[in-house]
Every structure is written in C-alpha cells, then in structure tokens.
Ligand binder design. Structure first.
Ligand SMILES: Cc1cc2nc3c(=O)[nH]c(=O)nc-3n(C[C@H](O)[C@H](O)[C@H](O)COP(=O)(O)OP(=O)(O)OC[C@H]3O[C@@H](n4cnc5c(N)ncnc54)[C@H](O)[C@@H]3O)c2cc1C
Length: 416
C-alpha cells in the first residue's frame, strides 16, 4: 500500500494541477480581508432553480474529477471507484484539499454520496450495487431522501405512503415532505408501508424511485430564509419494479436506520454551512466592539463552543480509527454543532444590532440574516434536538425509555 508521504505528495501535485489554491490575504493568512470578495454565510441557498442547479453542477463536477483517480472515496475498494486505502490517507487528502478553492458543498450532493451510496453498498443486491454505488459515490447521478411525511418525521416508523405489490412491480400512493433536492435528483429513496397488519416498525419496506416515474409530482416549498431547498413529493399510482426494493420485504426499518446512522455520523459541523468563527471575529473588530467586555465574553463562549465541537469530532474520529462504529456520540456531535450555529446567531445579532434587520448595502453585515434564518433548520433536520436528547438519555445515561404505547399493535389499529 502506498505510504502516506508518497500519497500526500502525489495528491498535492494532482490538486496543484486541477484547482487553484485558496486565496490568502496580504498577510499570507487564509482569513478574509474585510470588504473583499463575495460575502456569504447562508445556511440554505436563497437562489433560483437555475442558480441552485449551477451550485450543484460545480460540486458534482469537482467530485467527478476526483473520481477519475478515486480521491472521492479513498477508503472504498476499486470496484466502487475508490482507492482501497486507509482513513489516514483520507484524512491527509481532506486536510490538503481544504487548502484549495474547491466548490461549496450542497445537501443533495452529500445525501447522495454520504448517505445513499454507502447504504446501497451495505444492503443492496449485487445488481443494485453495480448499478448505483459507484455512480452515486461519484455524484454522477443524485438520489434524494424521501423519508418524512406530514404524519411521520421524528416518528419515522409512522410512514403511511402505501406500496402494494402487483406482479413484479409495486404501486405507490401517498405523500412525502421536506424532501431536500428532490427537484434536482433523478433518483429518490422512499420508506413505504407494505403491511398494515404488522406493528409500525415491521410493515415497512424501502424502494429506490426513479423521480421521473409517471404519477410522481414534485412541488417546491418556499422557506423563510428564501430559496426552495425542500419539496413535497406526491405519488399517485407510481409503479416501481421489485428489483428497486432495498433489503427484504418488511426490512425497511433496518434500511432507514442505516441511512439515519450515516446521516448522524456526517452531521457534525464538518459540512461548511453558515458563518464561521473567523468571520464573527472580523465583524466584531470591524465594528469596533471587540474590546467591549460583554461582547468579548460572548466571543469567548463562541470560541469555546467551536473548540468543544472540534474536540468531540476528534474523539469520534479516534473511535473510527480503531474500528469502533460511531455510537450515540453522533447525537452529541450533532447537538454541539447545532448549538454552536445558533449561539453564533445570538452573538452576531448582539454585534450587529439594528444592522441585522435592514440592508444598508454595507459589506458583511445584513448578509448575516441568512445565517440567522437558516440555523434553526438544523435543530430539526436529521433528528431534532429533542430526539437526539432522547437518544443520549436512553443509550448513554441509561434513563428509562419513552413510553411507546403503539409499539406492538398493528399499524392499521393505531389511532390516526
Ligand atoms: C433542513 C432540513 C432538511 C430536511 N431534509 C429532509 C430530506 O431530505 N428528506 C426527508 O425525508 N426529510 C427531511 N427533513 C425532515 C426532517 O427529517 C423532519 O423535519 C424531522 O425528522 C422532524 O420531523 P417533523 O418535522 O415531522 O416534526 P415532528 O416529529 O412533528 O416534531 C415536532 C416537534 O416535536 C418534538 N418531538 C417529536 N417527538 C418527540 C419525542 N418523542 N420526544 C420529545 N420531543 C419530540 C420535536 O423535537 C419537534 O420539536 C428535513 C428537515 C429539515 C429542517
């Protein structure tokens, strides 16, 4: 196996040839110079369809480029387009890559490459692995997550989108909601009810859905931060071949938990969304409040919060390194990340005062409203704060479980 030094030097040469280094300011630091360049601290994109598509195209093109060598999935085997190397190689590449002006991420891209591709790799049939894993890992095609419904979010096992068997096909009827990026994805992975007679966790099956199937309608939802990241997806007699079923009939809960496990593992602040500490510090300095004792106290709290997040992520990385699967630490990481983002909103609001409510055109000020309006969304996405606390309470602290009165009764008998 290639040693880390040779790997890193090859990767550096490849990066030098394929992407510009991240720009530095006049002091040679990567900190931005106040007033220069585009200012964006948005958590969700406030863009038109075409603009958002362009953002996705950029990150997809970069992943496609990396996939020519295998840099997109360094630890995966060559059969899936990877390099078959270790976590250390991957870490070394990411550290290096961060020094270059690579495109910003996009949720639909990460859902496809970090959630859907690994799930099919783990649980798909040989044919499904052949058809989808390498393509999705390289983001050649995108796949959205069709899990939540109006009556099933935190309680995902309550899904009622029905899939009924008809020969070699399934007929789907129902509705999904909050489906991020469904308008850009040729594929979706849907959790469906296949048996009403069984208890709610048992009568569920997961299918991959071609999003251009007849009877499938995607309607965009406008959000308070602007933009339309989410959609409602309606199924009216949508036909899906049985070969698109993931896992055995009635094994959908296991598949869903696998996807959610990958989701919690990746919701830890490693995604670059919203503002960062360096930008907050620059804001306080620019507005001349960095010496105000109360603001200094807030800045210190914020800095501590981000250090705690980094240290917790290191703890998770260390566990992965010795081969331990991430456990409830994923919930802790997610809660720390979300708390940090929302604390940042509070600190920035104090620093900006009225500037956060009206756009004067001043660089780097009103733009923070996109952080403020977007950050609360992540208190809900990927399992709300309350649900993460339940996980920590039950699985880490050993507190008594929640009363689950509908656990063992047939789904059809649960009062709706
Ligand atoms: C940014 C974002 C992106 C998303 N992307 C997708 C996507 O791509 N695909 C998809 O399928 N879904 C997606 N979702 C939906 C997300 O998974 C759900 O919103 C989430 O699971 C919560 O479900 P809900 O909205 O139905 O709220 P509910 O489950 O109805 O919860 C309402 C409130 O009750 C609380 N609550 C519920 N149950 C308990 C309990 N047992 N104990 C204590 N408190 C409880 C919750 O914490 C919350 O505060 C996304 C959501 C967001 C915000």
């Amino acid at each position: 196996m290639i040693d880390i030094e040779t790997f890193t030097s090859d990767a550096k040469e490849w990066l030098d040839n394929n992407v510009e280094p991240r720009s530095t300011n006049e002091k040679g630091q990567r900190e931005p110079t106040w007033g220069e360049g585009e200012f964006s601290v948005s958590v969700f994109h406030n863009l038109t369809f075409e603009e958002e598509k362009a953002v996705i195209d950029e990150v997809v093109a970069w992943t496609n480029k990396k996939a020519e060598i295998g840099y997109h999935k360094i630890t995966w085997g060559p059969e899936y387009g990877g390099m078959g190397l270790t976590n250390e190689h991957e870490k070394a590449f990411h550290k290096l890559e961060a020094q270059y002006a690579i495109p910003d991420g996009h949720e639909t891209h990460s859902v496809t490459t970090h959630l859907m591709a690994p799930t099919i790799k783990l649980l798909g049939t040989d044919q499904q692995k052949k058809d989808w894993v390498a393509k999705w890992a390289a983001a050649e095609e995108l796949c959205c997550q069709l899990f939540s419904e109006p009556g099933a979010g935190s309680d995902l096992a309550n899904v009622s989108t029905k899939a009924e068997r008809d020969g070699d096909e399934w007929i789907l009827n129902g509705q999904k909601v909050w489906s991020s990026g469904a308008q850009f994805s040729p594929w979706g992975m849907a959790v469906c009810r296949t048996d009403n007679e069984l208890a709610k966790h048992k009568g569920i099956t997961v299918f991959v859905i071609p999003m251009d199937a007849e009877g499938l309608e995607v309607r965009q939802i406008r959000q308070m931060s602007g933009g339309t990241s989410f959609n409602e997806v309606f199924f009216t007699d949508v036909r899906v071949p049985d070969t698109y079923r993931i896992g055995d009939l009635g094994e959908g809960w296991k598949v869903a938990l696998t996807v959610l496990g990958f989701e919690r593992g990746s919701s830890n602040g490693s995604t670059r969304v919203g503002g960062n500490w360096v930008q907050v510090k620059a804001l306080a300095q620019h507005l001349g409040v960095a010496d105000d004792p109360l603001i200094r106290d807030d800045l210190a709290q914020l800095y501590i919060q981000y250090r705690v997040m980094a240290l917790n992520n290191q703890r998770v990385a260390a566990q992965t390194k010795i081969g331990q699967a991430p456990g409830p630490e994923g919930s802790i990481s997610k809660m720390i990340w979300v708390k940090s983002m929302n604390l940042m909103s509070d600190v920035v609001t104090k620093i900006l005062g009225p500037r956060i409510t009206a756009d004067t055109g001043e660089w780097g000020t009103f733009g923070w409203n996109e952080h403020l309006l977007g950050a609360p969304g992540y208190r809900i996405a990927g399992g709300s704060d309350e649900i993460q606390r339940n996980i920590v309470g039950e699985r880490v602290l050993g507190l008594p479980g929640e009363p689950r009165v509908d656990k063992n009764i047939p789904f059809k008998d649960i009062p709706k």
